[in-house]
Design a protein around this ligand. Structure first.
Ligand SMILES: Cc1cc2nc3c(=O)[nH]c(=O)nc-3n(C[C@H](O)[C@H](O)[C@H](O)COP(=O)(O)OP(=O)(O)OC[C@H]3O[C@@H](n4cnc5c(N)ncnc54)[C@H](O)[C@@H]3O)c2cc1C
Length: 500
């Protein structure tokens, strides 16, 4: 028996998970996506005639997808080809200062010992234990909870648990907490970078974000056919379960009748009725009125200075030499504070950026690479001002020069003369994800309250739900997937209780 109609706006990872869960539960699900393919930020572009991942590249928290696929009667590893990485990432500060992090804590500790001395290796072990503690303390009451508040967290923890919450340092910045473990500024920079996984500055983000380090330590996988394969697999299983996908279908309004969600109006003018609507677009678009005035007040408007990081990305098929690239590589700037000041305080492209390079034809052993041109995603952080300040061609070119000059200084030559390259700027990201200014992770996690300020899946309008990286529990592929799961669960609970 079909239980009711649900419209999902957007086929990002959260929208796909919501669609799958609800189709499986017997709802009549229609997904409207303005792009031509599923995945949202998990997009693929062509470079030199080859598909390159232009969005997320680090795949973690595999258990989230094992559960989602398992519930749908599938084995995740049968649907999506995965390969675990033994070397998580290679980091460089100069031509001679290089450090690998491994899947094994002890191997990483040995590498850190050789790189920076035995005391830093001990500091790393203590840091890993603390990051695990933070993760375990927050997993149930925060990550898996539909919409936690400081009060619900404290009540949930009980008097004994309050000590645990205090211990995980919610009021200390990540940068300062890292100083408890590392004297070497390079290591502070390396582990501070985890704040950027949530689009935040390590100088303003709370120490609790060290849980990202634990998540990575639990395992990083490569999706062999590219991250986009995950979106395609979810779309295919949702379709098998009856969900219908419409591409090139932009939703212009969420319609309400008597204060209750009633359907959507598409750009084509068509109106599609449904008792429930899940919006997977960035929640800022709802708050900014892009889905109509009647639903706008359900999401507080995000100020520009609350936005998370945007990025300048170059997807390319190019010849490289000089540096033994592995899948994930980070080339650090010499002044981390200046980089984040440029972005968050001066709203400008960093004078000297830290550069991430994802070499998509490599795993963890450079010797296995056959040579020739290779697919790269080169990324530097940028301010989310894509709706107000379109960087001039000269500014973009200057940023590109600085980026590739830093790579060359640290040993990696990229031959851009024959490369097929696509540049994506904050303005481009804003066009792809409207009302964000190009912010890729919703609101920045700055200050201890930020994580509680993200909207939850349920809105004040009956029948209207939110899902995605800008919504609780936050950004990143697995977290956004969890938000899609939570929105679907909340919708089902609400419908059942209304029926009763
Ligand atoms: C360059 C980059 C690197 C990243 N690296 C990582 C990483 O390594 N690991 C990781 O875990 N995460 C990473 N992330 C973050 C991760 O990609 C996101 O948090 C996650 O994919 C967001 O998913 P979402 O469900 O919020 O949907 P989104 O991906 O934001 O998709 C929303 C969808 O809604 C659609 N939409 C919007 N408005 C409308 C409308 N009006 N009508 C119809 N459709 C609409 C959009 O077209 C889009 O397809 C990265 C992101 C980027 C951009």
């Amino acid at each position: 028996m079909v239980k009711g109609k649900v419209i999902v706006v957007g086929a990002g990872i959260a929208g796909l998970v919501s669609a799958l869960e609800l189709a499986r539960a017997g709802y009549d699900v229609q997904v409207f996506e303005r792009q031509r393919a599923p995945g949202g930020k998990m997009r693929q572009v062509m470079a030199g005639g080859r598909p390159v991942d232009a969005g997320p590249t680090v795949f973690t928290m595999r258990w989230v997808f094992e559960r989602i696929f398992g519930d749908a009667g599938k084995v995740f590893a049968d649907e999506v080809r995965l390969k675990p990485l033994t070397v998580l990432a290679r980091h460089a500060w100069s031509e001679t200062e290089r450090l690998d992090l491994f899947a094994s804590v002890e191997e990483s500790a040995d590498a850190i010992g050789a790189f920076a001395g035995a005391a830093e290796a001990e500091g790393f072990r203590a840091f890993c234990a603390r990051a695990r503690d933070v993760y375990e303390t927050l997993e149930e009451p925060f990550i898996r909870s539909p919409q936690p508040t400081p009060i619900s967290l404290a009540f949930g923890a009980g008097l004994r648990g309050l000590g645990d919450l205090w211990r995980i340092s919610p009021f200390t910045t990540l940068w300062s907490a890292l100083g408890d473990h590392f004297k070497d500024p390079r290591l502070r920079q390396l582990f501070g970078r985890y704040a950027t996984y949530c689009g935040s500055s390590p100088f303003d983000a709370p120490a609790t974000l060290m849980l990202v380090a634990h998540v990575e330590q639990e395992g990083v996988w490569v999706i062999e056919d590219g991250m986009h394969a995950l979106a395609k697999a979810l779309e295919s299983i949702a379709t098998e379960n009856g969900a219908r996908f419409f591409y090139g279908a932009e939703v212009e309004e969420v319609i309400t009748l008597g204060g209750v969600a009633a359907g959507v109006r598409l750009r084509s003018g068509d109106v599609v009725e449904a008792q429930n609507v899940i919006v997977n677009a960035d929640s800022a678009a709802v708050g900014a009125g892009l889905f109509g005035r009647s639903v706008a007040p359900t999401v507080a408007q995000l100020r520009r200075d609350q936005r998370s990081l945007s990025a300048m990305t170059w997807t390319m098929n190019a010849q490289t030499r000089g540096f033994p690239l592995i899948r994930h590589n980070v080339f650090f700037s010499s002044n981390y504070q200046a980089e984040f000041d440029d972005i968050f305080r001066r709203s400008r492209l960093p004078r000297e950026p830290t550069v991430y390079v994802c070499a998509q034809d490599r795993d963890d052993d450079p010797a296995e690479f056959q040579g020739g041109r290779e697919r790269l995603l080169v990324l530097v952080n940028a301010p989310a001002t894509g709706d107000t300040d379109r960087f001039s061609a000269a500014e973009a070119a200057e940023c590109e020069e600085r980026t590739f000059a830093l790579l060359a200084r640290l040993g990696l030559e990229v031959d851009r003369s024959t490369a097929d390259t696509l540049l994506t700027t904050p303005s481009d990201f804003n066009a792809l994800f409207p009302a964000t200014g190009g912010a890729l992770y919703g609101a920045a996690s700055h200050g201890w309250m930020a994580s509680f300020s993200r909207p939850g899946g349920k809105t004040r309008i009956p029948g209207l739900y939110l899902a995605g990286g800008s919504v609780h529990p936050g950004p990143g592929v697995p977290m956004a997937a969890l938000s899609g799961w939570l929105a679907a669960a909340q919708l089902a609970v609400d419908l059942n209780s209304t029926r009763r």
